[in-house]
Design a protein around this ligand. Structure first.
Ligand code: MG
Ligand code: MG
Ligand code: MG
Length: 307
């Protein structure tokens, strides 16, 4: 695999990480270089809905990279969210919409960072810039990623760029954005068959501040109550994870995608951070955060600041 440039998103891949990897490789091909989309984890149900809709196979799963492997990162840059061996890989490009942290390379690279709601929106603009037309399959992939990351443009992370891109993409994709979007998002909310261990790791991201590390995990649902049926077990597994991984805080956000609110469960020695961050005390290790749906914009910055 060493000669092939690998393109991948973060661990616990979401729809943007998968679709943007595929799109990036397609764009590279149009521009005359061979790259290969791969993934760092299991395909979630929402993403599976997109792949099934298009009748395409998921990218190949890889677990680590060898020293010197050429890679392109999409939808992430932090090494602790990336693949095992990333420190020794040769990063030749990054296309991302997150804050830049713990990132360093020994050689120059292509780095495209824009504070948009989705990586696919950046890639949409790249297509335009290179003068490439977008076909139906590409449009479905990009539109799905934007719908996912912005929760149908309702998340505060949404920018005018995302709105414009989605508007154009759904026409090419020939989809009814609300109908397709809601079906796709709902496909990802069927959580019953996951074990609690799987549940808290479905979309978990680890962050570091100095020598402190903490996790913010998130699941989408159409019923917070439904997820809380397993509250006791969820707390037990989170406590176990905190011990095993030496975490200072674990925040599990259960996000109601229909009403745009989140209930969080927070555990760890640094739980007082929650009150400082959101002006709300935890009751029974939980807090209801009205209007909060975005980890990137509404959870992480305030938690990080108060750590
Ligand atoms: Mg992502
Ligand atoms: Mg993203
Ligand atoms: Mg996400």
């Amino acid at each position: 695999m060493k000669n092939e440039v690998l393109v991948f998103g973060h661990k616990n891949p979401d729809t943007d990480s998968i679709c943007s990897s595929i799109i990036h490789a397609m764009l590279d091909k149009k521009n005359g270089w061979e790259t290969k989309a791969v993934r760092l984890g299991k395909i979630n149900k929402e993403t599976q809905y997109v792949l099934d809709y298009l009748g395409i196979e998921p990218p190949e799963l890889i677990e680590k990279v060898e020293e010197g492997q050429e890679v392109i990162l999409v939808d992430h840059n932090e090494f602790n969210q990336s693949i095992e061996g990333i420190e020794q890989a040769k990063i030749i490009g990054v296309t991302d919409h997150h804050k830049i942290a713990n990132f360093e390379t020994s050689e120059p690279l292509y780095y495209i960072a824009k504070p948009y709601g989705c990586t696919a929106t950046i890639l949409f603009e790249e297509y335009k810039q290179w003068g490439h037309t977008i076909d139906k399959k590409e449009a479905v992939l990009m539109a799905s990623a934007i719908i996912s990351d912005t929760l149908l443009l309702k998340s505060p992370t949404t920018t005018e760029h995302d709105k414009k891109a989605l508007e154009e993409l759904v026409k090419i994709a020939e989809i009814d954005v609300n109908e397709y979007g809601l079906e796709m998002l709902k496909a990802g909310t069927n959580l019953d068959e996951f074990s609690v261990e799987e549940l808290i790791n479905l979309d978990a991201k680890k962050f570091e501040k100095g020598d402190i590390s903490f996790v913010i995990a998130q699941v989408n649902t159409i019923s917070i109550e439904d997820v809380l049926k397993r509250e006791k077990e969820i707390k037990e597994v989170i406590s176990k994870t905190i011990k095993e991984k030496g975490l200072s805080l674990f925040v599990f956000a259960i996000t109601d995608i229909l009403n745009s609110n989140s209930e969080i469960i927070a555990l760890g020695e640094k739980v007082e951070v929650i009150r400082a961050a959101f002006g709300k005390a935890l009751e029974n290790d939980k807090a209801f955060l009205e209007g909060v749906v975005s980890r990137k914009k509404q959870l992480l910055p305030d938690i990080d600041k108060n750590m």
